[in-house]
Ligand binder design. Structure first.
Ligand code: CAA
Length: 408
């Protein structure tokens, strides 16, 4: 846990720019893009012009080097207006992190500046039809052929697929190895044999495409292998998810705050029994609970992002806790927000149904909340070794009575 959470002037300046774009471009276009299931290029261009893609890229590669906390603040502001656009932005960080955490200097120089300028969008290809939570169970292969790798197979749930120019693709390079089985390779749009196939028809986050990506003997030079040597892919994937999960969690906080704000405005306007429904105690209780949960989630997200920035030892656990807690909160708050809107909340004429539909995926992607609890529990069990000073206070099963005194 960080000693303090420092909001830098730069991070807050970027968040203010994100809020302006969210209010003037993202929110007014949200219903249209949701209905048509269209990417919001206008908002993405505005984000690029405002330099927001630079947020998570270090200064030496043309970014702001503003860190994970600033990334969380920017994502939160965008997601408040449209959770789908929140992920359309944040997924660029998810796809870039394998290069950031594992890439060589030359690879960072090659790809990161274009991403920072918003010239190239990014996607992360890990999941497959039969490998979701079990991220180690991949079947897409990359086989060495001279100075190239040849990639074959299919990836599932590629967020930003089709829109993205750069894809971090996790492949099996050594099927005989247990711990060095997987490597990540960069595949660029237009590489022969690389195609986007099924475009999913989704319940929510409809402004960002989620697709199947197919690799039919895709040849990429060995210089596209992320890092110096093969076999580091699983570690890079886990490190990437540790860094990216505060971003999903921030998207959840934005979504929850957005739903709460709409419910609050509606509750003050809607009259029943001669008064605004916000005068009724049962509605007040719902609004109060929504606000408490959102605020608690917000500060856990900031703490986890600050832990990432400080490269603390608990990065993975904090990220999993923030992701799990904040996304469960977003689902709860969106559900209650629909309840506040009553019958109107169930209708697509009103904006709140979309918040409800958008919230569900947050509990599923970038690791289901069941997987987050496994990550948290594994970390806790490891931490038990540091709690040995408590041993004397827990009687051995052989002791007859705790009150007889404990023995060290
Ligand atoms: N950082 C670095 N290394 C790590 C690590 C971490 N956080 N977690 C594990 N590792 C290392 C381990 O040390 C171990 O290394 P050795 O082999 O050298 O000992 C190795 O990785 C294997 O670790 P585990 O035994 O813990 O692996 P596991 O098979 O039990 O799986 C898991 C662990 C946490 C369940 C993992 O499979 C996981 O995170 N699953 C969820 C995957 C996920 O989040 N998918 C979402 C994809 S992104 C998405 O949703 C789409 C999108 O576009 C938005």
């Amino acid at each position: 846990m960080p000693q303090n959470i420092v909001f830098t002037p730069l991070g807050e300046e970027l968040a203010a720019k994100a809020r302006h774009i969210a209010d003037t471009i993202v929110r007014p276009g949200a219903a249209k893009h949701d209905k048509a299931q269209e990417y919001n290029f206008e908002a993405a261009r505005a984000v690029a012009e405002a330099g927001l893609f630079k947020t998570f890229i270090p200064k030496e590669y043309g970014g702001h080097g503003a860190g994970i906390l600033a990334l969380a603040r920017v994502t939160e502001e965008l997601a408040k207006a449209d959770s789908g656009f929140g992920v359309a932005f944040a997924v660029n960080a998810l796809g870039s992190f394998p290069i950031l955490v594992g890439g060589t200097e030359a690879q960072k120089q090659r790809w990161l500046p274009q991403i920072a300028r918003g010239e190239k969008f990014v996607a992360f290809c890990l999941s497959e039809k039969f490998a979701g939570s079990d991220a180690g169970g991949l079947s897409v292969t990359a086989v060495e052929d001279g100075d190239h790798y040849v990639i074959c197979g299919e990836k599932k749930w590629t967020t930003n697929g089709g829109v993205a120019d750069i894809y971090s693709v996790f492949c099996v390079t050594d099927p005989t190895s247990k711990s060095r089985r997987i490597s990540a390779l960069v595949v660029e749009k237009g590489t022969p044999g690389f195609t986007v196939k099924k475009v999913e028809d989704k319940m929510g986050i409809r402004t960002v495409p989620v697709v199947e990506t197919h690799f039919d003997h895709v040849r990429v030079p060995k210089s596209n292998l992320i890092g110096e040597r093969a076999g580091m892919g699983f570690k890079h994937a886990m490190m990437t998810l540790d860094l990216a999960r505060p971003g999903v969690a921030a998207q959840a906080v934005g979504a929850a705050q957005g739903a709460l704000d709409l419910a609050n405005v509606y509750a003050n306007r809607r009259q029943q029994f001669g008064v605004p429904i916000s005068n009724h105690q049962m509605v007040q209780k719902m609004l109060a609970d929504m606000a408490m949960k959102t605020e608690a989630a917000r500060w856990l997200v900031y703490a986890s992002a600050a832990t990432s920035d400080a490269a603390g030892p608990d990065v993975g656990k904090m990220a999993a806790m923030a992701k799990c807690f904040a996304t469960d909160v977003a689902m709860d708050v969106a559900t209650d927000a629909v309840q506040v809107f009553g019958g109107y909340g169930f209708m697509e004429d009103y904006p709140i149904a979309k918040y409800f539909r958008d919230a569900k995926i947050l509990q599923i992607y970038e690791g289901t909340n069941q997987i987050q609890r496994i990550v948290i529990a594994r970390s806790l069990v490891r931490d038990a070794a540091g709690l040995d000073h408590l041993q004397p206070f827990i009687p051995r099963e052989t002791q007859k009575n705790y009150r007889e005194g404990v023995t060290a």
